[in-house]
Ligand binder design. Sequence first.
Ligand code: MAN
Length: 555
Amino acid sequence: MAVRVAALGGRSLGLGLLLLLVAAAAAALEVKRPRGVSLQNRHFYEENIPFTCLDGSKTIPFHEVNDDYCDCRDGSDEPGTSACPNGSYHCSNAGHRSEYIPSSHVNDGICDCCDTTDEYNSGATCLNTCKEQGRKERENMQKMAEMAKEGFKLKQQLIEDAKKSREDKQLKLAELQKEKANWEIQVESLRTVKEAAEKPEQEAKDTHKNAWDEVQAAHNLEKNKAKADETFKELDDNEDGFITMNEIQTHPELDSDGDGVVSEQEAETLLGGVSQVDVASFQEVVWAGIQDKYKSEAVTETPIVPEVPVEGGADSSREVDHEDHRKDEDEDDYGEGQDEGVGDDDSEDDGEEEEEEEEEDGAGEDYYKNRQSHVPEKEGTEEDKMPAYDEETQVLIDVAEKARNEFSEAEKSLKEVETSIGSIEKELLVDFGPDGEYAYMFDQCYEMTTNEYVYKLCPFNKVAQKPKHGGSETSLGVWSSWAGPDNNKFSVMKYDHGTGCWQGPNRSTMVKLSCGRETMVLSTSEPSRCEYLMEFSTPAFCQEGVHDGGDHDEL
Ligand code: MAN
């Protein structure tokens, strides 16, 4: 080189000298080391000193370093060739970021290092893009730094807001506690009022009900008696005013030993041990023993509905019988027939008089009878309906009802206050970060739509997934805890106990936080089935002066 410089002419000499000086300066800057060795490891590769493999497994003469023959098990003797399958090549990438590439990529015809040095002998044409890449990265970092700065500023506001909101919540909580105590007193006093009003109400209602029960019982008794009379007439085939054993025997359904025939003995037993009974004994002794079994002749003999009122009235075939009554209801004779059916000793006229008298009395029983004479029997429900409460009872009911309403309104208000207290207390217990900076996202949800799903993150609450084109929401987990590493706990949120995965775990989601101006879900993925990962940006994660965690050596 020196000879060549000496041979150059005047102007050329000046230029040559300049180049020489530049080269010398560069050499001074570039620390000498074998190809593919990083600055950091340079001291392991001292020229002309035997080289010991970095794993200590072997020592070789220095000239065997980078001789394209792999001596060391860890590949450290061939940092600049592809001889060792497990070696690493270090590109300095001046102007950008240095990096290691697998030494198998050295001279493989593909440009890996932006400074082109990995392809020194492959013939590949590589362009040094380090400067350009470095510039872009620096610009990017600049932007990130600005964003981090802005985000950090926003974070300060968030912290301030959180502090204020926490104080407000604590004040509100104290207020609600007071309200709660007041409502508790109110509820208790209204309970006393209610109970005091309900006692006379219940008593009056019971009295009314008991009176009605009595009326009903009397009515049933009367009905039963009428039926007994009808049955008597039906059984008294020869109409001599007595039921004999023979007449009983015409009704095989009254058989008691199951042989299908009513024997004389059985008939006598049914008649109460005598051979015949008059209507009074029939009522007193016989009827109770046969009423459940007895089948009316009217039905079996004349199953087709007759046009005229059924002689003898009631029988077990109510349906048919009642139809008849309904049909005949408007006929003048009907009332009389019915009275006859009821069968008291009263004459027809007496029956009518009684009805009039009872109407005048206006007692519960009259009310009931009144209805009986006007309402077809079929409509039993109407008939069974208890009459309206008297005015006095109704006043007591109204007073009690009002007291009940006031009590339940107060109870409702107390529950509402308790619910509010519960939710504030719950919120105050959540860990919203070292300075409460994450508090603002409580009660908020952030969505992200992918090809298939709409993902929803409601921080400190839940994560969910909903098919984009309809279908129900699947829980991807509920808030569990902060789950970042020990030195960066607030960098990851964990949501678990989501919907069970078919033949798999319950769905769960990790939310990885990053610094950003906006609070938004940046990405969602499912690295393993039913285990989801979300990237989430928030100014609350921004730190002062920290915008990138990258490695910037040899830039
Ligand atoms: C649904 C979704 C998916 C999940 C499968 C598992 O389709 O929740 O994310 O992988 O269920 O069966």
